[in-house]
Design a protein around this ligand. Structure first.
Ligand code: MN
Length: 744
């Protein structure tokens, strides 16, 4: 197979080998250098075996090239180089050299077995199986291959170690892959699968480097944000770090404990992971910094813990003893958090040198000489709490019993990142939100009270509209007002269910308030009309009579229009019943009475007569009748817009008002007013109408925007001129933007 895209896609190109001790001129380890390295920790190594494998790999990969233009064989050689850093046995080093030959060249398992033995052939085959996983991007296939691989690996953990070294070299050289989406996919796969696998077998150092490189590729904005904050913290807390180290050293020296103490900044990626799980304060030292105390033996670990607790107050429930209870991957250490100088929380990890080795390299820390041969020391590994099989057991269990393959991948992955966006409060608390979230979502994620009062946002120090979509790393400052109020058009401005629900609740509440205000005004008006004042009227009883719990509920019902204001007046003063009934009966111009008001030469005696709802004609209007089959004659104003639509829909009759109508009658006119959305505006309108001798029969809220709302009034008036006067008075009010008669 030539060095086509298939090869290049699987293994990113290498420009300069990043492995320690690599030969800078050539970019990869030369044959003798590799052998030297292995001999450095295993003097009895079969040099010939490594030499043969080195040559075999270079010959097989031949002229294949990496993206960088380097020969392909530089890659397996560098992978072998990484494996020497972990002091692995010759078979593992050879497997590293040969790991891509079966996949990418004409080499076969049989040939490798014949030349290098069954053990090495098994290792190469195991790695090849996982390599197939990288080619498949479809989730199910990935999961199935991963399962197969893990099952194969459970027989020999070295397969996984080779695979991790392979991935590490590919990550170190990732920048040579030209397509950004491919780089990103590889980086995400590293974060989701390889980092956690490395950690599971205790190879913390490997996991750190893999994740650091992948994080840089996949989430550069986040990395920049976190690093910038870490740099800031370094300035703020740097002195503290020195004081803590010095204090510990002094205390230990006094007690005669031999110890090495150093501080370690947590990795940007692990801080980010922590920020995802919970909102930690980025300013808290313990969240971003850990101190290591390395002592000579396990006894000293406990003595050191005691001394530290005598020096600083320990935080309850933060002491973890992984020496008596090692993690399944063999990790042993004591963790404690204390309140250090300046009331700063300080995390301290106490362990021996050997425990530190295992904490960094896990399973890979157990290769050593025993019984005159070099290899994995199962006995000491077991005594250190590590079982190579145990380390992968829970993954295996999921693989075997986890049901669907896709489900398995879900378990293996850390989390899905792509559908999230991560932003900060000005104090540095990380707020995770779904992709597409806005400042309003952010406000509610911080606190419901902040969401309820949100009126604007400053993003990265600049005022931005609430519709702004948040991006990773944005620092968001929510601008709040004094009052709790829904944000107009909130539905389009929210992504999270939490924000939507809260805003809906606010809107409902605001509407209730508005209805209550409206209902109160209508009832006051109705009472006033019959000589009573709201202030002097007890409505509790009336509310119960009308089936409402209290006054408030009663007003809301009136405001919504489900109870008439006049009905409330009657409930409060039963003596008004007759009077109100008479008034009510007088108002609508029903069929019988209408005949008294309208005349027309073509009007057939006895025909049913209706007044159109669309234009609500009142005496004084020029009117026309439309003969409508089944309905009789419907009276419209001459300029009613619906007439145009009716043009050939019925016979038109010329009509006029009778003198009775013009002189005595009250009619109902409908008008719409666009008014300012503020307290007291309704009372103002009601008094304008009352001052002009109009009576409000019906009132409802229509369209509502940010600052204004439309109200539709049905007003009892003497005639059209009367209505025009009321409209004029309304327009004169500062609160009224527009007032029009509703017609057509
Ligand atoms: Mn490879």
């Amino acid at each position: 197979m030539s060095g086509g895209d298939g090869v290049a896609a699987k293994d990113p190109a290498s420009q300069t080998a990043a492995g320690a001790g690599s030969q800078p001129r050539k970019g990869y380890l030369r044959q003798f250098e590799l052998v030297e390295r292995v001999r450095g920790y295993d003097p009895s190594v079969d040099e010939n075996l490594i030499n043969r494998a080195y040559v075999y790999a270079t010959v097989k990969h031949g002229a294949q090239l990496r993206h960088s233009g380097d020969p392909y064989f530089a890659h397996p050689i560098q992978v072998a180089g990484i494996l020497t850093e972990y002091k692995l046995d010759a078979a593992t080093i050879v497997a590293g050299l040969l790991h891509d030959t079966v996949e990418d060249t004409d080499a076969t398992r049989e040939e490798i077995e014949k030349m290098f033995g069954v053990q090495i052939a098994d290792l190469v085959e195991g790695v090849t199986k996982l390599s197939q996983l990288e080619i498949q991007s479809e989730e199910n296939k990935q999961a199935q291959n991963l399962q197969k691989f893990i099952l194969a690996m459970s027989k020999d953990v070295r397969v996984l170690i080779v695979k991790l070294a392979d991935r590490l070299h590919n990550m170190r050289t990732l920048s040579h892959i030209p397509k950004p989406e491919k780089r990103r996919r590889i980086a995400l796969e590293t974060l989701e699968i390889y980092g956690p696998l490395a950690r599971r077998i205790g190879m913390e150092k490997m996991a750190r480097e893999l994740e650091g490189l992948a994080f840089h590729e996949a989430f550069p904005d986040m990395e920049t944000t976190i690093n910038a904050r870490l740099a800031q913290l370094r300035v703020e807390k740097g002195a503290n770090v020195a004081i803590i180290i010095q204090t510990i050293m002094e205390v230990f020296e006094f007690a005669g404990i031999d110890a090495r103490v150093y501080g370690r900044e947590k990795q940007a990626y692990s801080i980010w992971r922590k920020l995802q799980r919970k909102s930690i304060e980025f300013s808290d030292l313990a969240d971003v910094y850990a101190f290591r105390v390395i002592v000579n033996n396990p006894d000293d670990c406990y003595r050191a813990l005691g001394l530290i607790h005598q020096t600083w107050r320990c935080v309850p429930d933060q002491v973890e003893d992984f020496i008596s209870n090692p993690k399944p991957n063999g990790y042993r250490s004591i963790h404690t958090t204390v309140i250090g100088p300046g009331n700063v929380r300080v995390e301290i990890q106490i362990r021996t040198e050997e425990m530190d080795q295992i904490a960094e390299n896990g399973v890979a820390a157990h290769w050593r000489y025993k019984n005159e041969s070099y290899g994995f020391d199962e006995e000491t590994a077991a005594s250190a709490g590590l079982d190579a099989r145990e380390a992968t057991r829970s993954l295996l269990e999921i693989a075997e019993h986890g049901g669907e393959a896709g489900e398995f991948l879900e378990h293996a992955k850390l989390e899905m990142y792509s559908d999230h966006v991560f932003s900060f409060t000005p104090k540095g608390t990380l707020i995770p939100l779904p992709q597409g979230a806005t400042p309003l979502d952010f406000a509610y994620a911080v606190h419901s009270d902040i969401g309820d009062r949100c009126i604007g946002a400053r993003i990265n120090g600049v005022d931005k509209p609430l519709r702004t979509i948040l991006r990773n790393g944005d620092v968001v400052e929510v601008v709040t007002g004094d009052k709790v109020a829904p944000v107009p058009g909130y539905d389009a401005l929210t992504k999270t269910g939490r924000a939507k629900a809260a805003q809906r609740r606010l809107e409902k509440h605001a509407k209730r308030e508005e209805f209550e205000r409206l209902g109160r005004d209508l009832v006051a008006h109705a009472l006033h009309r019959y000589g009573h004042e709201l202030a002097d009227t007890a409505l509790k009883q009336a509310a119960e009579t009308l089936g409402k719990h209290d006054e408030e509920e009663l007003f809301i019902a009136v405001g919504e229009g489900s109870i008439k204001a006049s009905a409330v007046a009657v409930a409060a003063f039963p003596g008004l019943k007759e009077k109100v009934r008479k008034d009510e009966g007088r108002r609508p111009m029903e069929l019988e009475k209408a005949k008294l008001y309208v005349r027309g030469s073509d009007l057939t005696p006895g025909v049913a007569l209706h007044f159109a709802e669309c234009c609500t004609p009142i005496p004084g209007d020029r009117i026309i009748g439309v003969h409508t089959p089944g309905k009789g004659v419907v009276v419209h104003t001459i300029d009613c817009e619906t007439l145009a639509a009716l043009e050939d829909g019925g016979e038109w009759i010329d009509l006029a008002w009778t003198p009775t109508a013009l002189n005595k009658t009250l009619a109902v006119g409908r008008m719409v007013a666009t008014v300012e959305n503020k307290r007291g505006v309704l009372a103002e309108l009601c008094s304008i109408i009352a001052e002009n001798q109009g009576d409000i029969l019906n009132l409802r809220l229509a369209k509502r925007t940010v600052d204004f709302f439309d109200m539709i009034f049905d007003i009892e008036v003497a005639d059209a001129r009367h209505l025009v006067n009321i409209l004029a008075a309304m327009r004169a009010s500062k609160s009224v933007k527009e007032a029009e008669r509703v017609k057509g």
